[in-house]
Design a protein around this ligand. Sequence first.
Ligand code: ADP
Ligand code: MG
Length: 751
Amino acid sequence: MSAATGRLHEPLTRLLGARTANALAKMGLVTVDDLLRHYPRRYADPGQLTDMGKLQLGEHVSVHARVLQATVRPFANRGGARLEAVVTDGRHQLVLTFFAKHRGALRYHEEKLQPQASGVFSGVVGEFQGKRQLTHPDYLMVGGELDDDEAVLYQASLPIPIYPATASMATWKLQHCVRTVLDTLSEDDVPDPVPFEVLARAGLATRFEALLLVHKPTSPLDHARGRRRLRFEEAFVLQSALAQRRARAQAQDATARSPRPGGLRERFEAIAPFTLTEGQVSVGEDLAYDLAQPRPMQRLLQGEVGSGKTVVALRAMLQVIDAGGQAALLAPTEVLAAQHARTLAALLGPLAEGGLLGGDDDGTRVALLTGSLPAAARKRALLQAASGEAGIVVGTHALLGEHVQFADLGLVVVDEQHRFGVEQRDALRAKGRVAPHLLVMTATPIPRTVAMTVFGDLEVSSLTQVPAGRSGVQTVVVPADNPRWMERTWQRVREEVDGGHRAYVVCPRIHPDDPAGPGAAPAASPSEVDDADLVAESAPAGPGERPPLRAVLEVVEALRATPALAGLEIDVLHGQLAPADKDAAMTRFARGESQVLVSTTVVEVGVDVPEATVMVVFDADRFGLSQLHQLRGRVGRGTAPGLCLLVSTASPGTPAAARVEALAETTDGFRLAQLDLELRAEGDVLGAAQSGRTSGLRLLRVVKDADLIEEARRESAGVVAADPELSGHPALVAAIAATLDPDQEDFLERA
Ligand code: ADP
Ligand code: MG
């Protein structure tokens, strides 16, 4: 450790004394650096008092208010006295109460709490005789503690940093500690992870200056500048880490898989049942080019639901097979893996019957490898993968098992990436002799800057069109408590089925007696569970009066007894069924042997039954927007128009109702993703795994700080290109290590 970083790693004990240091340690602040990173939550403008109308009983608050009056009242029959001060924000009042055994002991407060003086008062909000009060609050008068009149006036005009505080460590104590520590430091003590040239170009302060700006601002402009600079740093450190990851992957060798004229890919194109969309063609060109390079491709394909990503992936896989390699397709659930295997085999027709009678002579094979295969089938699939007989191996997490071997793995395709982490991708990639090419596909459109943050080590391609000839989906919100509408809902389902179509009915949970609904169902075997069952994500616990969530097993019984649906075959699908049963249910539905499928969100991801035209989603208001958009994408995939009926129990005007209505208004996934982010807390943006944990991001907001992220990405790419190991930037290396310590690396993974 260099002498320069030394000061920051110094424990707080020496500078602040053991008692204060211990109190700070309880807040997780042990070193000088920890304390300096404890940024103010906000700033009180001395000219502006806290709005006290919003104070909650029991809450620990720090309010900036003005004293109206202070009165000392001796107790009549006991000794002692009470001081009662009333403070105001101009509209509301708050009582401050101090007790003492002797009147004299209150004199100190009496002198400080002069009418018209303002200060910050901190304590737990209580109530006495119908009035909000703080008992024995800690406080600091603005402009106090300085003798010189001008200094008092000056200090009274400064913004007051309000720190995240605790009962034993009030915000001004923190402020005092931070200042004490900061005053002992100089520019040289605070190494800056952002290189000087970058700061100069971006017009940003140094790290030391920024700390002064946020902790000791002289104007609102100051702290805004300081915070912006610190946010840039967070973005820059993260983007540098990602740039290094990209560079390392790029530096690996890969086998170049050039297209082969007359190969399987061309022959597939000749028999493909449709013309590719423009987007499919142009993304296809990118992929064809990347695959022909001796460096591993690292590409993310974002595609609107139903935009036809599978065919794009298939063409890439065939190019690799034509060049002598194999492709692995990793799917998040067994249902989806099985479906992919079927779809690919069907699209390829005789081309997927290599070596079979009637099959194509130089055709290939599609193998399916999942955890639940019977032993014999599993052995066969393993053999086909290891021998190279199967050009395409489709599977779930089971593909990551160490006994799974490939003859020559050239391409890894990960479908619906949001459920896979970086480590899993890496585990699969490690199965190639040299690094295989990588294509990650996600149907959850995310804004560009989020993609840059979460998937920052990948190049991004997008498919925004859906193939022509689709009639789209009409979306209608159905109030759950309106029997007429509900009746009409089932009539519509009936009409669709009578017209030769099929219907999904989606519920948020499986058993009516699952206590907490989604997520409560015990997982049969963690690695193989259809985790789609566990995701009814943003279902907020909400006020207790909400009706219980609808469950598959209860709804299926009710539908079987519904007159409008009499005579229909109604099936169920959920994550607790044995894999073979899931597959059977899906197959029956795809063939039309059942016409109504009641399921959990297992159908969310990628299930493709073109005859399905109507979907009813129960408790739609309890799902996230992106998830509903995914669900809705399951209907309207054929030429007949789709209908999505969102049954909602949300009261009008609530955020939940707003979400559902947004969905009824637009089918643009990118727009919905943006909206979803706006309606959520920022912490959710990077995935549930991150929430509640500290990450490298304290100030950065991935959506709002889009411009900063773009700039940080550009600048970091330049720095890493010039110095891939960052040997000239020790402070940046240290910052990357601190941001991405092992605990936090899964922050990049996104649950
Ligand atoms: P997603 O991008 O959501 O994974 P899929 O790959 O499952 O979408 O494709 C959705 C449907 O569109 C499939 O039935 C597929 O066969 C069909 N499809 C794909 N490309 C085209 C095209 N160019 N023209 C018509 N249909 C297409
Ligand atoms: Mg798909």
